[in-house]
Structure formats: structure tokens, C-alpha cells
Design a protein around this ligand. Structure first.
Ligand SMILES: [Zn+2]
Length: 110
């Protein structure tokens, strides 16, 4: 393809023209850049994990709501605390091991 600014031939995958330095308008590849912070997810899981806060944060709204409902509806019964406790613990371990992914399967940013 050709640069829209200077007309020089540039690589098809170029994000910035090597001749004039002007952006080609192609979106910058954001391979693993989710913009979701690992630390934030960890803290949310520790402090608000029972309410599914860390799941809402990474975009897993469905399971976040499920977690919230289990806590709100069953939280006053022992079983709700147990289910969410185990679930939050599993999530916490996954976050610590960095295997907890965002809704679109990307890793969190350390
Ligand atoms: Zn150019």
C-alpha cells in the first residue's frame, strides 16, 4: 500500500509510515493489551470477590451476576457462603497464577 501523506510505498502492515512518520490510520496491534490491570482484579477479588466484582471488572458480566446473586440470595445461608467462598478462592488462585483471563480470553496486565 502507499502512504496517504507522502505517497511512498510502505508495508501493508505498517502502522506508521517509515518515510514521513505519519500514522497510516491502521489500528495499532494490541496483542495482549487488555487495559485490565492484574492488581486491580486481585484487589477486587480479595475485597469484593463475593460480589463478583473482579468478574465484572474483566467483562465477565454473566458469571459476575451469577456470583452476586448467589451471595445476595444465598449468602445468609451457609451454603451460599461456601459456594462463593470456593469460587472466589479458585478465581483468586487463577489471578495469582496469571491464568485468569478477561471475557475475550486475554491475560491481565501486570
Ligand atoms: Zn509517508
Amino acid at each position: 500500500m502507499y502512504c496517504q501523506n507522502c505517497g511512498q510505498e510502505i508495508d501493508d502492515k505498517a502502522v506508521i509510515c517509515v518515510h514521513c512518520g505519519v500514522a497510516t490510520g491502521k489500528p495499532v496491534p494490541t496483542a495482549d493489551n487488555t487495559g485490565k490491570s492484574w492488581v486491580a482484579a486481585l484487589l477486587l477479588c480479595i475485597f469484593l470477590g463475593g460480589f463478583g466484582a473482579h468478574r465484572f471488572y474483566v467483562g465477565k458480566t454473566g458469571s459476575g451476576i451469577t456470583m452476586l446473586l448467589i451471595t445476595l440470595l444465598l449468602g445468609w445461608v451457609g451454603i451460599g457462603i461456601f459456594i462463593c467462598g470456593v469460587w472466589v478462592l479458585v478465581d483468586l488462585i487463577n489471578i495469582c497464577l496469571n491464568t485468569f483471563k478477561t471475557a475475550d480470553g486475554k491475560p491481565l496486565q501486570k
